[in-house]
Design a protein around this ligand. Structure first.
Ligand code: F6P
Length: 469
């Protein structure tokens, strides 16, 4: 069996899978590499004064990782810049937050070329290469330029944007053209794939063709595309939930709730997660239902994320203000409506927290998939499950239609959904939970990983082995 080379900007192979924190991508990739022999390549998270084109190879609890240090300018322009100030907001439909600086695009191209320079010599003839996320879209093109002819797949963990927004990017055509160096491109949902296909078929600067079985042709090349919905490691998560630490956390939360009903939200501190809108929706619920005040509280776990980026600093201070204002207005001497925490918990603790919450609020404004939705469902007790309130604009909504689907922009809809979740009869909760749990099992991360890798292996490589340079 050939090796699998996984490539992502962030590399983090947790020693103990139960100890991993929020961040589905890292968990999913470390599980892929525990199964297939191979290598995980990416940025070390460190900087050096002068770039050295050589990877540091390490063993991290059975996973071989190859890490590259970047120069501070690379981190500014590639990671903080093009990835997180340009592509991330644009792909989440926030053109108002998108930075269109030329230097960011140049830093992105330079850094991806550096990754290719270090990665190319590590590749053996039979290796299959799987590149992840918006940080590294042009990497296959740069590897092809260095003569790599192996099969290379790409998976996007974010939404793909509508064509009308994508074209605001000065080099949208160049970015998409670089994707035609892959053999397979995967998205979480049919919706994101259809938006990609729309760009290929309708963009006047491209005028590509849609071929049978989701293949697309443009720039003189054909690439296979597909929908591969990511999921969680169900058995691993249940093990974490049932572990001594998971159970202790559940007991601790149940005791601390003190006969009150807990509503939970767990999200990186990111404007795409709809956190302000969620707090406003919860405030609306408190206003609409004065009789329920004092009986419920919202635990909002929000680890700080990308804190060098101004838009993340802004959302952080707005959320602090909002949580403080709502608490100031509604709290009583023995009750606080919102417990707002900027910290990270281990997976087993999170499982215990989810299990103790009767309502899970997962209300992003736009999200590639959202694995918190799946973890919340997996953590529930079959005999007395909680209710998932899910944004229609999360990729997960394409599969999890049995959740209470909401428009996260509407505080009235959020308020109504919270009330409905809190008052839902047991029989309905059980029926919904069983359907949702089936989805969680049917989209286990091992299925996502194996489907993608098998589809990539099955793609046709050009007979001359030239690759799509
Ligand atoms: O899932 C999307 C994603 O951007 C991943 O690529 C990334 O590792 C994760 O969110 C967390 O973001 P960051 O690596 O910027 O902390």
């Amino acid at each position: 069996m050939s090796r699998l080379i996984v490539v992502s900007n962030r590399v983090s192979a947790p020693k103990d899978p139960a100890a991993g924190s929020v961040g589905g991508l890292a968990m999913a990739l470390s599980s892929a590499l525990r199964k297939y022999d191979g290598l995980w390549f990416g940025w070390s998270g460190e900087t050096v004064e002068k770039f050295v084109p050589e990877a540091k190879i390490e063993d991290r609890s059975g996973v071989t990782v190859a890490l590259v240090d970047l120069e501070p300018q690379d981190v500014d322009e590639y990671y903080n810049g093009y990835a997180n100030k340009t592509l991330w907001p644009l792909f989440h439909h926030r053109v108002d937050l998108t930075a269109y600086e030329r230097s960011y695009g140049e830093g992105y191209e330079r850094t991806n070329a550096r990754f290719a320079e270090v990665l190319a010599p590590l590749i053996q003839p039979d290796d299959v290469i799987w590149i992840h996320d918006y940080h590294m879209i042009p990497l296959a093109r740069d590897l092809r330029r260095r003569g790599v002819t192996n099969r290379i797949g790409f998976f996007l963990h974010t939404p793909w944007p509508a064509r009308q927004l994508l074209v605001t990017l000065p080099h949208h055509r160049r970015l998409v053209e670089s994707m035609f160096s892959y053999d397979l491109i995967g998205f979480h949902t049919r919706e994101w794939l259809d938006l990609f296909r729309d760009y290929i078929a309708s963009e006047p600067e491209v005028r590509g063709r849609l071929l049978p079985n989701d293949a697309v042709e443009a720039f003189g090349r054909v690439v296979q595309t597909g929908v591969f919905p990511i999921g969680i490691d169900v058995d691993g998560f249940l093990k974490a939930r049932n572990s001594a630490f998971g159970r202790r956390t559940y007991d601790r939360m149940a005791a601390s709730a003190a006969f009150r009903t807990m509503i939970v939200g767990v999200d990186r501190l990111d404007y795409s997660k709809g956190l302000e809108q969620r707090l406003l929706g919860y405030e609306q619920f408190l206003n609409d239902n004065p009789d329920m005040r004092g009986d419920v509280f919202l635990l909002q776990v929000t680890p700080i994320s990308r804190d060098e980026v101004n838009t993340y600093q802004d959302i952080r201070s707005r959320l602090e203000g909002l949580a403080g204002r709502i608490n100031g207005e509604f709290a009583d001497m023995d009750w606080q409506p919102i417990r707002y925490l900027n910290r990270t918990y281990r997976r087993d603790q999170l499982a215990g927290i989810y299990r103790a919450a009767k309502v899970g609020l997962v209300t992003p404004l736009r999200d590639g998939m959202n694995l918190v939705a799946k973890e919340y469902v997996a953590a529930q007790d079959a005999e007395d499950p909680g209710v998932l309130v899910l944004s229609r604009f999360a990729g997960a909504a394409e599969q999890m239609g049995e959740a209470l689907l909401v428009n996260p922009f509407s505080r009235e809809e959020l308020s109504d959904a919270i009330k409905r979740a809190l008052t839902m009869p047991l029989a309905e909760r059980k029926r919904k939970w069983e359907c949702l749990m089936e989805v969680v099992r049917d989209t286990d991360v091992s299925i996502w990983r194996d489907d993608f890798v098998a589809s990539l292996r099955a793609t046709n490589r050009p007979a001359d082995g030239s690759g799509n340079a």
